[in-house]
Ligand binder design. Structure first.
Ligand code: SAM
Length: 293
């Protein structure tokens, strides 16, 4: 019988967050695959765990996944851990899980610390709908594309950032997001550690703060989404620039019949079909008066 791959979340700062279930799992599996064995040995020593370890990191992830799958096929159980937090979230693991699933190997997750969820819950921002962006790419073109896609995002956004890139990230958010400077942001730093800090502020105020202060520690940024009502009002205002007659004709030219075109125009303008009908009457009246005049 094939072995099982266990995804084990490890503390993001506070060692007391290591769950008993994960300790037991790490003690009982045949092998631990770790992102950085030199880093993980400290954690394992702390908990007196002496299971053999092998490395599984970004740069060997595909070849290593194949050899781990071969080990699982021999009936051995493997636990995957990363430097901190939940494997497969901005950490190696995603490919291993996919490849195990494709190979029909059982994968299970032992949940625990995860920086993005910890930050979101502390942000004081809307938690009902959110989008996790992980690290925004550093490549110029890719970065511009991702930021562009977020300019009118209405859900709360979560971004991981290293301290030396924080200032640049704040500047880019201020420039790229619609109304960026005034957006609320929670800068969540050193979560679960002694100097944990949640700075609930605006992007503008955060930029000012870091003009005189060097960012230190690990950050999760939680950013307020754009107000959906504001987007609707803007769209409706755009339609005010053309007459209702032109608006309906625009849809008729696209192949809609009159009824469908009126319905679409009503939806765009955030009004009822009756209002469109009344406006068409009025505008055609105006036209005939103009023609007569
Ligand atoms: N898989 C991990 C998780 O989801 O918890 C994240 C790993 S990712 C390589 C590392 C990033 O997570 C850091 O750059 C930082 O943005 C965030 N992070 C991890 N630990 C943190 C902490 N204690 N406080 C704030 N951010 C943290």
């Amino acid at each position: 019988m094939d072995g099982i791959l266990y995804l084990c979340a490890t503390p993001i700062g506070n060692l007391s967050d290591m769950s008993p279930r994960i300790r037991e799992c790490l003690e009982s599996v045949d092998l631990i695959a770790a992102e950085d064995t030199r880093n993980s040995i400290k954690l394992l020593n702390h908990f007196d765990i002496h299971t053999p370890m092998t490395s599984y990191h970004e740069y060997n992830k595909i070849d290593k996944a194949m050899s781990l799958i071969a080990t699982l096929r021999e009936g051995k159980n493997i636990a995957l851990i990363t430097d901190a937090g939940t494997p497969a979230i901005s950490d190696p693991g995603e490919d291993l899980v996919r490849m195990c699933a494709e190979a029909g190997i059982t994968v299970t997750s032992l949940p625990g610390p995860c920086a993005c969820i910890t930050a979101l819950t502390l942000s004081g921002l809307n938690t009902r709908r959110f989008v996790f962006e992980g690290f925004i790419p550093r490549d110029k073109k890719e970065r511009a594309q991702v930021l562009k896609s977020l300019e009118n995002e209405t859900r709360t956004m979560i971004v991981y950032e290293a301290p030396h890139h924080l200032k640049g990230m704040l500047d880019d958010l201020a420039k790229s997001l619609n109304g960026g400077e005034n957006r609320k942001i929670a800068l969540c730093r050193e979560l679960t550690k002694k100097f944990e800090e949640i700075d609930r502020t605006t992007i503008r105020a955060a930029i000012t703060k870091y003009e005189t202060e060097e960012p230190r520690g690990e950050y999760v940024l939680v950013i307020e989404g754009r107000d959906a009502g504001e987007i609707r009002a803007e769209e409706e205002a755009r339609w005010e620039e053309i007459s209702v007659t032109e608006h309906v004709k625009m849809y008729e030219d696209k192949g809609m019949d009159r009824k469908e075109a009126m319905k679409a125009a009503a939806k765009d303008r955030g009004v009822g079909k009756r209002d469109i009908y009344a406006a068409l009457e009025k505008e055609s009246g105006k036209d005939s008066v103009n023609e007569q005049g």
